[in-house]
Design a protein around this ligand. Structure first.
Ligand code: NDP
Length: 298
């Protein structure tokens, strides 16, 4: 199987590393907008560095994209050097971007006119999950198309779930990440208040984590990244802001009143504006702390 991987970012790079393993019966080509990253990856792993997306895609059975937003994928479709011209009939575009369902449906329809399959296949599990090859992959699209791409997905994914038609994977991912955002913001607000009330945040977290208010944020993110003040940069706040916006759009499209998710999206936009493009998602806590006038540390 020939696989092309486009987009060697924070999560794309460890995903592509699994596809580069010699044990896998696949040949890998990589392309990245900043060519130096793809050149370094190719040299390190002994795979092909493609100079353009089309050069990577031509003759490939599976083309995987992992960009910030669906529009970045859509922008690569057209032109003599676009994916529509270069991908072969019968091949599959697997979009691992945490995308938006409407754009994914548009992309799928255009590819289908050329006999090219499409699945939206966003992932969860973070950079650590990508490195370990234990990502969850949420797939939208035809089951038969998923089967054609499955060997590539299995190299980095442990749980591969067919969620429904094109866009369903994007929708599930967006709702998951909106819940992550709710938990980060709400936990920060609560712990800042406890700190001001004279309770040690570490003690407060310890109690919450043995009680019913716990979440992945309280159990893992706050102890490892907030109390320690480490705030490692693994997943940009800008991307979580985008995901919360997609979730709010999904609830609007389905006419579901969603004041909590709408407010979460608004707050993340504010935090993103205040902290900039490179801030990590957990740094939204710093924004809550600044407004509260309290730091969540012992
Ligand atoms: P990064 O910002 O680290 O990397 C983005 C990648 O996309 C880079 O390779 C970048 O190229 C490329 N890129 C950006 N804009 C364009 C464009 N217009 N055209 C072509 N290439 C472009 O993002 P992540 O790797 O963190 O995230 C990628 C996707 O995965 C996002 O949708 C995100 O929401 C999702 N995701 C991320 C997780 C994480 O933990 N990081 C976890 C789960 C999902 P260049 O090197 O030139 O900048």
């Amino acid at each position: 199987m020939i696989v092309a991987f486009l987009g060697l970012g924070a999560i794309g790079t460890p995903m592509a590393r699994h596809l580069a393993k010699p044990s896998l019966a696949s040949k890998l080509r990589v392309w990245n907008r900043t060519a130096a990253k793809a050149a370094a990856f190719a040299a390190e792993h002994g795979v092909t560095h493609a100079p353009t997306p089309a050069a990577a895609a031509r003759g490939a059975d599976v083309v995987i994209t992992c960009f910030p937003v669906s529009r970045d994928v859509e922008a690569l479709l057209d032109g003599a050097d676009g994916l529509l011209e270069s991908m072969a009939r019968g091949s599959v575009l697997v979009d691992c971007t945490s995308g938006d369902p409407a754009t994914s449906r548009r992309i799928a329809a255009r590819l289908a006119e050329r006999g090219i399959g499409f699945i939206d296949a966003p992932v969860s599990g973070g950079v650590a999950g990508a490195e370990a090859g234990t990502l969850t992959v949420m797939v939208g699209g035809d089951a038969a198309v998923l089967e054609r791409a499955r060997p590539a997905l299995e190299s980095f994914g442990k749980k591969i779930v067919h969620c429904g038609p094109v866009g369903a994977g994007d929708a599930v991912k967006a709702v998951n990440n909106a819940l992550l955002a709710v938990h980060i913001l709400a936990t920060a607000e609560g712990l800042a208040a406890l700190k001001k009330a004279g309770v040690d945040p570490a003690l407060g977290l310890d109690v919450i984590n043995a009680s019913s208010g716990r979440s992945n944020a309280s159990m893992n993110l706050f102890p490892e990244r907030v109390l320690s003040r480490a705030f490692p940069r693994t997943f940009r706040l800008a991307l979580l802001d985008k995901d919360a916006g997609i979730a709010a759009q999904v609830t609007r499209e389905q006419a579901v009143p969603s004041p909590l998710l709408d407010l979460t999206s608004e707050l993340l936009k504010e935090a993103h504006r205040a902290l900039g493009e490179e801030a990590d998602h957990v740094e939204a806590v710093r924004w809550v702390e600044a407004r509260a006038g309290a730091e969540i540390r012992s």
